[in-house]
Design a protein around this ligand. Structure first.
Ligand SMILES: Nc1ncnc2c1ncn2[C@@H]1O[C@H](COP(=O)(O)OP(=O)(O)O)[C@@H](O)[C@H]1O
Ligand SMILES: [Mg+2]
Length: 314
């Protein structure tokens, strides 16, 4: 697969600070991939995304986007990326469409015209096409201050995609949105991805938002902790757990201990962590009749929390 974003040993030290905000980060994002940079507040996500979108200069390291070197082809890269900032960046007094028009003209795509109908057909068609995907086609002429937070985000997405970027960068795009708006925003982003083949680069500290991405890169203190698919992350980081119980608990516990496993005993249940694909190694040896037997799979959040805290204690 073609590499869309290549980052190697990227560092950023803000003036007057002791510790680098980004401290040797590296990763690759394939064309069309849905990639998530996941990490707690202060991890360096916004700094990284600002460098990749040419808003902020790096201290050192290599970045290429769509085969273009960040140091040499800044203007070209800018044409290839769309950005949705952590903080909304729209003019609330203007209509949705005028916000979009300003942006497109600022990118040098078109000469500004004071009316939508005076803009080139290509612009008009593109706005309508994206507005339909986002379900805002009937609201384009209304001032943005009459929009809900979720609706404003949708306009920002239209705006960020107007110039057909190869990569869409989203910096915590659902912050401050309610659960319903969050969900519909993801549906729209996925639809855009399907229809336009856009590579998506997302930063978030909501673990559940990373559940459906292709690959997650977890960062903390400016460094990469792990880079893996959500499933790999769950598999590699956590043991599954076998939940058991028996009428004759004592005998079950003795049997487990004799079998070399350490059961975690509570009033409610007996839990046995296991590593293999199936717990047959443990179950096969048991003679005590069981009343409860089920396995519990870790969630991505379990994996993430264990990863973040494990490194803290290390
Ligand atoms: N303009 C700045 N000047 C100095 N330090 C900054 C600046 N912006 C961010 N930082 C620091 O850099 C680190 C990473 O911040 P940031 O990239 O915003 O993290 P995140 O987006 O993951 O929350 C933090 O310690 C933050 O305080
Ligand atoms: Mg941030």
């Amino acid at each position: 697969m073609k590499t869309m974003i290549h980052v190697d040993n990227l560092c950023k030290k803000y003036k007057g600070t002791e510790k680098p905000a980004v401290d040797g980060i590296g990763f690759d994002v394939a064309e069309g991939e849905f990639f998530a940079l996941l990490g707690p507040n202060g991890a360096g996500k916004t700094t990284t995304i600002s460098i990749l979108t040419t808003i902020l200069s790096k201290t050192s390291g290599t970045v290429t986007i769509a085969g273009l070197d960040l140091d040499k082809n800044t203007a070209q890269i800018r044409k290839n990326v769309g950005i949705i900032f952590q903080k909304p960046s729209v003019d609330l007094n203007l209509s949705a469409e005028v916000n979009i028009r300003f942006h497109a003209c600022m990118y040098g795509m078109y000469v500004y015209r004071p009316f939508f109908s005076w803009m080139p057909k290509a612009y008009q068609n593109r706005v309508m096409q994206l507005a339909e995907i986002m379900g805002v086609e009937d609201k384009l002429r209304r001032p943005l201050k009459t929009f809900s937070g979720g609706m404003r985000r949708k306009i920002e997405i239209v705006r960020s995609l107007i110039h057909h970027p190869k990569v869409l960068f989203l910096d915590e795009p659902t912050q401050g949105l309610d659960a319903v708006s969050r969900r519909s925003l993801w549906e729209y982003i996925n639809q855009t991805r399907k229809e336009e083949g856009t590579t998506i680069f997302l930063t978030t500290h909501y673990i559940d938002e990373a559940e459906n991405v292709d690959r997650i890169c977890v960062v903390k203190n400016g460094a990469v902790l792990i880079s893996a698919s959500p499933q790999e992350m769950k598999n590699s980081l956590l043991k599954k757990t076998l939940i058991l119980d028996a009428q004759n608990r004592e005998s079950l516990i003795v049997e487990l201990r004799e079998g070399g496993v350490q059961p975690q005993i509570s009033e409610k249940q007996i839990a046995v962590p296991f590593n293999e694909a199936t717990p047959m190694g443990i179950l096969g040896k048991l003679k005590t009749p069981l009343t409860v037997m089920r396995t519990v799979e870790p969630t991505l959040e379990d994996a993430y929390v264990s990863l973040i805290t494990e490194k803290e204690n290390a």
